[in-house]
Design a protein around this ligand. Structure first.
Ligand SMILES: [Zn+2]
Length: 442
C-alpha cells in the first residue's frame, strides 16, 4: 500500500484513536476475587499488573492522562450524537445492564454506547466512554459471553493498560513525534472515531466496498496491548463474569468462535491473518489464551471444570434480546462482503432452531451474492428453507423468483414473483417485478 502524506496522517489519527478507544475503561467492582496463583498456574502472570484504579479515580491535573481523558471526552461527545449510534435505546440500556451486573457500583464510571457497525468490537476509553458494536452483539450468543467480553475490556481499564501502553510507546519515540501525535489526537480523534468505517475505507484506498477493519487493526497494532496484557484481561474477564453471576467459561466459547470465523473467511489473506477481537490493534487472539482460560477455571475449582447447566435457556434469553435487530444486523454484515464469514455466523445462530425465516433468508442472500460455483443452488435451498418459517421476510419469494429466472425455470419463477407482488403490491420494486412477470409470460 502506498501512503500519501495525507494517508499517513490519517493512519496516525487512526492509531491514536485506537489508543483512546482501545480497551480501557470500565469501572471496578467491589472486590474482584482474582487468584494470582491460579492465573500463574494457568500460564498467566498477573503479579506485576498495575493496581486496580481507585473508584472514581481522576487524572492528575496537567498529566498525560488528563490530556488523554480530555481527548476521549471529545470523542465521546461526537460518538454520542453520531448517526452510527443505535437509535434503539432499549438495546443500549440492556448492554448497560450487563455492565452494571459485572461492575456493580463502579459501572457508574462507565458510559456505554451501542454503535451500528458490522464488526466484532468493544472498546473502553480511559475516561469510561465505552463502545459496543452491533457486529459483536450479533456474534455473541449468550449474555454470559457478552459479560466476559465486557469484563475483559473492563480489566484493561481497571489496570490502566492503555495509559501504560501509551506511556511505553511515547517513551520509545522522539519527543516531537509524540507531541505531533497528541496534537493529532486532539484535533481529529473525535471525527475519526465517529466515522471509523469511512476512515478505514480512506486508509485502505477502497472506494467501493467496506474494508474489513481487521486489517486496520494490524496496521495499528504497535499501539495495542501486548500478549501479557491481553491474557491478563482474559483472566479479569473471567472474574468479572463470575462476580456478576455469569457462567465464567463463556469466554472460551466466544474466543473460539472468533478464531473459527477467521478460518471461515472467503479471503485467503484474512484466513492467514491472526484473529483479532478488537479492531484497534489488540494483540491477536491465539489458542493459548483459550487454553489459559480453561486451565484457570480448573485451578479455581479444584481440577473440576465449571459446567453450564442452563445453556439453552441462556441462549434463548439472549436471542430474545437481539431478535428485533437480527435482520438489520445481518443486512449490515453483508456489507462487509465476506460471505463465508456471514454464513458462518448464521450457521451458529441456526443451532437454536429459532428465527429460521430470517436466518435462512440472509444465508441465501450471502450465498447468492458470493456466487461461487454451486452457490446459487445453495442459496435456492436456503430461501426455500426460509419459506418454511413464519418469520421469512416478504422478499424471500422475490429472491426465489430471481434464482428460478436465472435457472430458466419459468413456471417456478412466475409463481414466486406473483406471490411476492401479491403479498406487497405497493412495494417500491413491485413494478419491476410486474415487468419481469410480463416478460416471463410472453
Ligand atoms: Zn483486550
Amino acid at each position: 500500500m502506498s501512503c500519501s502524506r495525507k494517508t499517513r496522517r490519517q493512519l496516525w489519527r487512526r492509531r491514536l484513536c485506537g489508543i483512546l478507544s482501545l480497551n480501557l475503561a470500565l469501572a471496578p467492582i467491589a472486590a474482584q476475587a482474582i487468584d494470582v496463583n491460579a492465573a500463574k498456574n494457568a500460564g498467566v502472570d498477573i503479579s506485576r499488573e498495575n493496581p486496580l484504579r481507585a473508584p472514581n479515580q481522576q487524572p492528575e491535573p496537567n498529566s498525560l492522562e488528563a490530556g488523554i481523558w480530555s481527548d476521549a471526552a471529545k470523542a465521546e461527545l461526537k460518538a454520542s450524537s453520531s448517526g452510527e449510534r443505535t437509535p434503539h435505546r432499549e438495546l443500549e440500556t440492556y448492554v448497560q445492564s450487563v455492565v452494571a451486573r459485572i461492575l456493580g457500583v463502579r459501572s457508574l464510571e462507565v458510559r456505554t454506547y451501542v454503535m451500528e457497525r458490522p464488526f466484532f468490537n468493544a472498546s473502553v476509553a480511559p475516561n469510561g466512554y465505552t463502545e459496543v458494536w452491533t457486529g459483536l452483539l450479533l456474534r455473541v450468543q449468550t449474555e454470559d459471553e457478552l459479560a466476559f467480553v465486557l469484563g475483559h475490556e473492563a480489566g484493561h481499564f481497571m489496570r490502566s493498560h492503555s495509559l501504560q501502553a501509551y506511556q511505553e510507546y511515547k517513551d520509545r519515540q522522539a519527543a516531537t513525534l509524540a507531541l505531533s501525535i497528541v496534537i493529532a489526537v486532539a484535533a481529529t480523534s473525535a471525527a475519526a472515531n465517529a466515522n471509523s468505517i469511512g476512515a478505514a475505507n480512506n486508509i485502505m484506498n477502497s472506494a467501493s466496498t467496506l474494508v474489513d477493519v481487521v486489517y486496520l487493526g494490524s496496521l495499528a497494532s504497535f499501539l495495542g496491548y501486548n500478549r501479557e496484557k491481553e491474557s491478563a484481561a482474559d483472566i479479569y474477564g473471567y472474574d468479572f463474569a463470575q462476580t456478576g453471576g455469569y457462567y465464567p467459561r463463556a469466554g472460551e466459547g466466544i474466543w473460539r468462535r472468533q478464531i473459527d470465523e477467521t478460518a471461515a473467511s472467503d479471503d485467503e489473506r484474512k484466513r492467514r491473518s491472526p484473529t483479532r477481537i478488537n479492531v484497534f490493534g489488540s494483540h491477536p487472539l491465539e489458542l493459548e489464551r483459550i487454553e489459559a482460560l480453561r486451565k484457570y477455571d480448573l485451578e479455581l475449582n479444584g481440577n473440576t471444570q465449571s459446567t453450564n447447566t442452563n445453556e439453552s435457556q441462556s441462549r434463548a434469553n439472549y436471542r430474545s434480546r437481539i431478535r428485533p435487530y437480527l435482520a438489520s444486523w445481518l443486512r449490515d454484515d453483508l456489507r462487509r462482503r465476506d460471505f463465508g464469514q456471514t454464513v458462518f455466523v448464521i450457521n451458529n445462530l441456526l443451532i437454536d432452531k429459532a428465527d429460521g425465516g430470517v436466518l435462512n433468508f440472509y444465508k441465501g442472500e450471502a450465498l447468492r451474492l458470493r456466487a461461487k460455483p454451486g452457490d446459487l443452488d445453495l442459496a435456492l435451498a436456503a430461501y426455500l428453507e426460509a419459506k418454511a418459517y413464519t418469520d421469512a421476510p416478504v422478499e424471500t419469494n422475490r429472491q426465489l423468483g430471481e434464482i428460478y429466472r436465472r435457472q430458466d425455470r419459468k413456471p417456478e419463477a412466475l409463481a414466486a414473483y406473483k406471490a411476492y407482488v401479491a403479498a406487497v403490491p405497493n412495494a417500491e420494486d413491485a413494478w419491476i417485478i410486474q415487468d419481469l412477470i410480463s416478460q416471463l409470460e410472453q
